[in-house]
Each structure stands twice: as C-alpha cells, then as structure tokens.
Write a protein that binds this ligand. Structure first.
Ligand SMILES: [Zn+2]
Ligand SMILES: [Zn+2]
Length: 138
C-alpha cells in the first residue's frame, strides 16, 4: 500500500514527514531505529517533528514502537490484518549477536493468568537469543 493510502485509511493528514517516515519503514523488512529512519528521510528529518509524527502514527495504529533497551528503540509498520484492522500485539525477537530485531507476527503475548482483579492493557514481549544466521555460526 502507498504511504498516502495508509494515512488516508487512518484519517490522518498527509504531511511530508509522516509520508517520509512510512516510506522509510516500507523500505526495510526489519524494524528500524531512529538513525536509520532519519537517514532515509533526508531533509524531511527534524528531531521534534520526528517524535511528534511518531507519536501520532503510533496512536493512530499505523506503526508500533519496540523498546529493546534504554538505548535502542525501533519502529515498525503494523501489518494490516483482516478488515483493515492493524495487528500490533505480537512478540519480538532480539538477536544478541547481530542486534537484529524481528517482528514475530504469529506469536502473541498472553493471555496471562493474572491475579484476581488485574487487567492487561498491553504486554510487550521481547525474546532474546541468537537468530537463525548467528546460531549457525556458533
Ligand atoms: Zn543474529
Ligand atoms: Zn513488531
């Protein structure tokens, strides 16, 4: 889908930074860090606009943010599931060797058996280990 259509589908205004962010993320199959996205955005990148746009896009369900650790945050577009609904509730895999992050769209966190009276609003699961490339070399 074109970046313009994605914004339209989520009822968002088509601003150049938003379009540039979506296009940058579309150019990669793996989630991207801010540095990688800004490189692709070129002159459309500006720190303040970037964070503002990311917040809007995340709240609208266009993309999701994966916090690997304090220093590493990555962003990925949400895959559109049935009836145009986006799916963001999946686990992620982080390779400790090559530091690659992978969306595991098929693996959903939970449901967890929580103590009585507790309610889940979101659950973030990051599985850490070696990816298929790095485990071969081990
Ligand atoms: Zn790896
Ligand atoms: Zn993901």
């Amino acid at each position: 889908m074109q970046a313009q259509e994605i914004l339209q589908q989520h009822n968002l205004k088509k601003t150049s930074p938003r379009l540039a962010i979506i296009e940058a993320l579309q150019s990669s199959s793996a989630p991207m860090a801010e540095a990688e996205i800004s490189e692709k955005m070129g002159s459309h990148y500006d720190r303040t606009t970037f964070y503002r746009s990311m917040l809007t896009l995340e709240e609208a369900g266009v993309l999701h943010r994966i916090i690997v650790d304090k220093l590493l945050v990555k962003y990925a577009l949400n895959a559109s599931g049935p009836n145009g609904k986006t799916q963001a509730d999946h686990a992620h895999f982080f390779c400790k060797e090559c530091r690659k992050l992978v969306c595991l769209e098929e693996i959903h966190p939970g449901p967890y058996r929580l103590p009585a009276g507790f309610q889940t609003s979101e659950a973030e699961v990051i599985i850490r280990g070696l990816c298929n490339q790095c485990s071969k070399q081990g």
